[in-house]
Ligand binder design. Structure first.
Ligand SMILES: Cc1ncc(COP(=O)(O)O)c(C=O)c1O
Length: 398
């Protein structure tokens, strides 16, 4: 009976509100993650994964993980502070700190947890957190858990940020938090300008670089490296579920004393099972590959530039920039689904992103480029996107 009540509260279309496809009718993948995947509906060229550097099924990572599993087992069966800290967890924290040029790092079960566990641990009601309106859901939820005052500034609008910093200048502490790369559109935060304001108002700067770490900047150290602000960013949060092997895990890196404070107070760290040795050993190898194989990043940049140039040339309205996240703006939700369906039926795997994942009227196809994509796969996608746009009657194309 209680379920009937819940169903009535949620409404008859419950489960259909996110614009997501019901799991039973969605594509089920039966191969490793790659630029070409096998699915229950046939093979597809994959344009919607965070596997930017093709490390999700890299042979060196797989064999390192197998060795790690044999040595350290499958599960840790405990949170970090109990029996969930193996020597490799500490090793990965040190490697991430060296890579991100920070004093220390703390691992979390996911990037989501890293953000969810951060703000409550650092702030109380005398503080103010200023957050970009397009920040990731995990930042939004992390801030919701904190007692601090919250202010949302307009996307990448430093004037609005300054107005809000001014308004809360009497707070004990102000924290500015931003995605390094905004995940729905692939644009970079203006970290240099944000840091200038932070200096002026003595605010802390936190950057979630989930889509920057490993691929952005000359050495892949992310958006702070790219924007020349590495020394000015106080804390970096990131994910191991994207360029760094695409498995699982999150991290916060920064000053050692703050990281130590998080170990004592941050709830997803204290109260959740620590990362499996498979994830840890895989991430260790992924960081090594990112450091030693810059050619992966170069190929990703070449593929991305090629795709952006060709999509622009055929007249598709893509978001500007240079990041491998490329939004094809369709605006209308129904058209976005039609575009995705057409493309999927023709062997290219993409997803339509609609409200509430993106604002109303901003429906899009978000494609993501990988160093794994071949020239032939990119060309096939460009042709198919072109046909899809014609077929669904999107604007006049060249
Ligand atoms: C900007 C950003 N931050 C955090 C996360 C969460 O990371 P994870 O998938 O490791 O939980 C994501 C993943 O979607 C993201 O895009």
């Amino acid at each position: 009976m209680a379920f009937d009540k819940l169903q009535a509260i949620l409404g008859s279309d419950a489960g259909n509100k996110t614009g997501a496809t019901a799991v039973e009718s969605s594509i089920l993948i039966s191969s490793p993650q790659s630029s070409l995947i096998e699915t229950n509906q046939g093979s597809r060229i994959n344009f919607c994964s965070n596997n930017y550097l093709g490390l999700a099924n890299h042979p060196e990572i797989i064999s390192h993980v197998i060795e790690g599993l044999q040595k350290y087992g499958y599960g840790t069966a405990g949170a970090r502070a109990i029996c969930g800290t193996q020597e490799i967890h500490r090793k990965l924290e040190r490697e991430l700190s060296v890579f991100l040029k920070k004093e220390d790092s703390i691992l979390y079960p996911s990037g989501f947890d890293a953000n969810a566990g951060l703000f409550e641990a650092l702030t109380d009601k005398s503080d103010t957190i200023l957050s970009d309106e397009l920040n990731h859901a995990s930042i939004i939820d992390g801030i919701r858990l904190a007692q601090a005052h919250k202010k949302v500034y307009k996307h990448s609008d430093v004037h609005d940020l300054e107005t809000k910093l001014c308004e809360s200048a009497d707070s004990r502490m102000q924290i500015i938090v931003t995605d390094g790369v905004f995940s729905m559109q692939g644009d970079f935060a203006h970290l240099d300008k944000i840091c200038d304001l932070a200096d002026q108002y003595n605010a802390l700067v936190i950057v979630d670089d989930a889509h920057g770490t490993g691929i952005v900047g000359r050495n892949g150290r992310g958006t702070p490296e790219y924007t020349n602000t590495e020394d000015r960013i106080d804390l970096i949060t990131s994910s191991l579920g994207k360029a760094l092997g695409g498995a699982m895990g999150g991290v916060v890196s920064g000053r050692a004393s703050i990281i130590e404070h998080l170990r004592k107070t941050s709830r997803p760290y204290l109260f959740s099972t620590s990362l499996s040795p498979a994830m840890v050993t895989g991430a260790l190898k992924a960081i090594e590959l990112v450091r030693l194989q810059p050619s992966l990043r170069q190929t990703l940049a070449t593929n991305t530039a090629y795709m952006r140039k060709n999509l622009t040339e055929i007249g598709l309205p893509i978001g500007p920039g240079s990041h491998p996240i490329i939004p094809i703006m369709i605006y209308d939700e129904q058209l976005a689904h039609s575009f995705a369906n057409y493309v999927n039926d023709h062997g290219i795997y993409v997803k339509a992103f609609t409200f509430p994942v993106v604002p109303k009227g901003q429906a899009r196809i978000r494609i993501q480029i990988s160093s794994d994509h071949t020239q032939q796969q990119l060309d096939e996608a460009i042709d198919t996107f072109h046909q899809a746009a014609h077929t669904i009657g999107m604007m006049s194309l060249h």
